[in-house]
Design a protein around this ligand. Structure first.
Ligand code: PLP
Length: 395
């Protein structure tokens, strides 16, 4: 009766739903403060003070036209500010014509994929990955091609990507800092990837686009270098959002920056602007475009997340769990001590620990721990991780 494909896919989201229900049950039974819920990447942090002040300024503003319809690409002055900001960072010439304001990275990805893909064209996704990518590619009638990252380091396996490129490859999604691993891709691997792409483009006479999904770009630790994707890749489209950097996920605001180095960039931009309208987003929220344009250089305090990473990473590795040390974002991707990580997550629930199986991110054998939560809760949870390690004979 309803859309069969969507109805059939509903079962797949049951893992997160089951987790949510388990959390509610445990909290009712043991009390909120005794349940350690690391399941969702929904940060418990308020937007920076400057951002809150700018919001108040625009809410109180009597400037006429602030709430009108606008160009589907967004306010021109806002796009110009974003372009200037990114040009300074990348060295790539950009104007407002290269910027599309969107309803968060999710909308940006959908608009970009739909503008790029003809039915059946392929998009390479590196696993583990943010699972929504598969739906976004499907929405654009594309075909995901999943390529594993390097074992244990989760860095790009350039040879494997190269071997997966076919004449139908239209795009490669990169997400660094990464959800779910927290890994930042090294400059060396990105430059090798560029070489591999150029070789394949020559061989097949095609253009392959990098879709750089960057919601965590301002959450990086230990002074690690985060290479600028626009400067590394010629056919680069950056999809960014203010959900994490400015703690504004509910406001649905982000941008897509399309490199001026792309051939016929004008047609691509025109397609994306049209799609922003026809996919039903119409334009990014008016007030929040103005708010973020005045706060491009602002971001949540990285120390807020780094403290949590350090407490958790130091503890879980000290009790024998294996985990690559995250360089960014706010996730740990821990190796399950048994092959069946779904069973491991079920066992963790005995200690009121809610963690998510890696198979939900295309990477069985691991679990994701989202640590964007209250530090006091993280500290209270450490004993539960110790007990879990003991149960598996790690200590
Ligand atoms: N991409 C990644 C890797 C994410 O983790 C998320 C949200 O968690 C998104 C995209 C979507 O972000 P937004 O809120 O900007 O749509």
């Amino acid at each position: 009766m309803f859309n069969q494909k969507i109805v059939a896919s509903l079962g797949k989201s049951s893992m997160i739903r089951a987790m949510f229900e388990a959390g509610a049950r445990l909290k009712a039974e043991y009390g909120e403060e005794n349940v350690f819920d690391f399941s969702l990447g929904n940060p418990e942090i308020e937007p920076p003070v400057q951002v809150q002040e700018t919001i108040r300024k625009y809410v109180n503003s009597q400037t006429p036209g602030l709430h009108y319809y606008m160009n589907n690409a967004g306010y021109q002055d806002v796009r110009a500010k974003v372009a200037e900001y990114l040009q300074k960072k990348s060295g790539v010439p950009l104007t407002h014509d290269n910027i599309l304001m969107v309803c968060g990275a999710a909308a940006g990805m959908n608009v970009t994929l739909k503008a790029l893909l003809n039915p059946g064209e392929e998009v390479i996704v590196l696993s583990p990955f943010f699972v929504e990518y598969l739906s976004y590619i499907d929405n654009a009638d594309g075909k995901p091609v999943i390529v594993k990252t390097e074992k244990d380091t989760f860095q790009i396996d350039v040879e494997a990507v190269k071997n997966s490129i076919t004449p139908k490859t239209k795009g490669i999604i990169l997400n660094s800092p990464n959800n779910p691993t927290g890994v930042v891709y090294s400059r060396e691997s990105l430059e090798r990837l560029r070489g591999a792409i150029e070789e394949k483009e020559k061989e097949f006479g095609t253009s392959i686009f990098i879709l750089s999904d960057e919601p965590y770009v301002s959450i990086v630790y230990d002074g690690i270098e985060l290479p600028n994707m626009l400067s590394v890749f010629k056919n680069c489209i950056v999809i960014n959002s203010f959900s994490k950097s400015h703690a504004l996920p509910g406001e649905r605001i982000g941008y897509v920056a399309v490199s001026s180095r792309i051939d016929d960039v004008e047609t691509l931009m025109a397609a994306m602007i049209t799609l922003n309208r026809t996919l039903g987003f119409v334009n990014a929220p008016a007030l929040f475009q103005k708010v973020v344009a005045e706060n491009l250089d602002v971001a949540v305090d990285t120390a807020f997340y780094q403290e949590k990473r350090d407490i958790l990473y130091n503890h879980i590795t000290s009790v024998g769990f294996e985990c690559v040390k995250p360089s960014g974002a706010f996730y740990l991707f821990m190796k399950s001590p048994i092959e069946d990580e779904v069973e491991f997550c079920a066992t963790a629930q005995k200690y009121n620990l809610l963690i998510v199986p890696g198979s939900g991110f295309g990477c069985p054998g691991y679990v994701r721990i989202a640590y964007c939560y209250d530090t006091a809760m993280i500290k209270r949870s450490l004993d539960a991780f110790t007990k879990l390690a003991r149960e598996y004979g790690l200590i």
